[in-house]
Design a protein around this ligand. Structure first.
Ligand SMILES: Cc1cc2nc3c(=O)[nH]c(=O)nc-3n(C[C@H](O)[C@H](O)[C@H](O)COP(=O)(O)O)c2cc1C
Length: 402
């Protein structure tokens, strides 16, 4: 239903974003998009690039007087750093562009990319493989978030692990605390340890990975479908998250723990909501419908459909491949052993990965929402949504004749 496309290189002129398929009539602002872009730039352990960039996506089309028009939304996000790279990244031929890279980095796109695309300069691969592209994804995801907020759906994230240090936390997460944390972690003790570890990795010329949890609240029952692989909501979320640079594993809810638990320990028991106020005590914001669950180990999907409980998705980010103390590798041109290439790089990319994960999940949810409720104008979508919400409840079954 909705799709987006991004273009642009890490040190090129900038990033182009086209978002297509959203209905007319809902509000989008550059300031709103910038909030997410600014959060993506923060995070303890980032490299010098973030001091140069002040990301702001300029809306070029698809929005008029603050409201979407139903036409493609295009945006332009300038790379301020291009001023330092205009010769190296010139789109016109130049003599001696400089900054050629031939020393391959294990763990980056360098080796398979240069071989596949027939390149002798790794820069022609690394510039696009770079996670600078995620600024464009965050801008696209922010459009999806603006849309979802029309229906009370919020997508947030927090960091649950950095380098083997795990946060202690419960749902609902204290989001105000997460936003204040330099590592976007709700647990202050874990946060202090995480920061120490990032400092140590930096001192040692090393890098450190971790795990993000994305939480989407306020969802109706029934987004996605059980009928076909590519319609399953959990599968779509997994694809969107796995495509994030450096992501190596995705789980929905307590997906990894599911391998260890018995059925009686894992499944989220359905209970009727009683008049005694039980629902108000549940640990998650209320699911739509006349029932509730005390747990959400399944992470808000069953059979590839949303259950009405929060969607919870976790993903693991590997340590960055560009080490200040480079690993041994091979030179693309000479074939000889060398130290891998190093250029200005992050030490820890886990906190920004949270914001990118939110964008990825928000886009999938907006897509599934529009698939179910349609609408060319937001009010049409709202009417369809509200009519459906009224149908949720226990069914009365026909009694078999005779
Ligand atoms: C927010 C973010 C920032 C990143 N920053 C860097 C970086 O500074 N240096 C680096 O080598 N890789 C960085 N990466 C990871 C690479 O982009 C990624 O490893 C590379 O594109 C290869 O893709 P793969 O790891 O998914 O196989 C970053 C990833 C994310 C999500």
């Amino acid at each position: 239903m909705v799709k987006y496309m991004t273009a642009g290189e890490s040190h090129g002129k900038g990033l182009t974003i086209i978002v297509e398929g959203f209905p007319a009539g809902f509000a989008i602002s550059e300031d709103g998009i910038q909030e997410d872009l600014a959060r993506r730039q923060r995070g303890y352990g980032r490299g010098g690039r973030q001091l140069i960039e002040k990301d702001r996506a300029e809306l070029l089309s698809g929005v008029r007087h603050g409201l979407t028009m139903g036409s493609p939304i295009s945006m332009w996000l300038e790379n301020k750093d291009f001023a330092n790279w205009h010769k190296v990244m010139s789109t016109e031929p130049v003599e001696e562009p400089g900054n050629t890279v031939t020393r391959l980095r294990a763990g980056h796109a360098d080796m398979p990319g240069t071989i596949k695309y027939g390149q002798s300069d790794v820069r022609n691969i690394l510039e696009r493989a770079s996670a600078r592209e995620t600024a464009a994804r965050v801008a696209a995801g922010s459009v999806a978030k603006h849309f979802l907020r029309e229906f009370g759906i919020e997508v947030r994230s927090h960091i649950i692990c950095i380098g083997g240090i795990w946060a202690n936390y419960d749902h609902p997460v204290d989001w105000a605390r997460v936003v204040e944390s330099p590592v976007q972690c709700v647990d202050p003790e874990a946060e202090a340890e995480m920061i120490k570890l990032i400092d140590k990795a930096k001192e040692d010329g090393d890098t450190v990975g971790g795990m993000v949890e994305v939480v989407a609240t306020g969802l109706p029952i029934g987004l996605g479908s059980h009928v076909h692989y590519e319609r399953k909501l959990d599968a779509r979320i997994a694809l969107a998250l796995m495509s994030i640079q450096a992501c190596k594993a995705v789980a929905i809810g307590n997906g990894w723990e599911a391998a260890e638990l018995l059925g009686s320990q894992y499944h989220d028991i359905l209970q009727p909501i009683e008049d005694n106020g039980h629902a108000a005590n549940q640990p998650y914001p209320s699911a739509s419908g006349p029932w509730h669950r005390d747990t959400n180990r399944t992470g808000g999907t069953e059979g590839g459909m949303s259950t009405g409980m929060p969607i919870v998705a976790r993903f693991a980010i590997k340590p960055i491949a560009t080490l200040a103390k480079p690993l041994p590798s091979v030179d693309l041109v000479t074939g000889k052993t060398v130290q891998a290439h190093y250029e200005r790089s992050d030490v820890c990319n886990v906190p920004p990965a949270g914001v990118i994960g939110e964008a990825a999940v928000a886009f999938v949810l907006a897509d599934a929402f529009l698939e179910k409720f349609g609408g060319d104008h937001i009010e049409e979508t709202r009417r369809n949504f509200e009519a459906y919400q009224k149908t949720i409840g226990p069914r009365s079954w026909p009694v078999a004749a005779g």
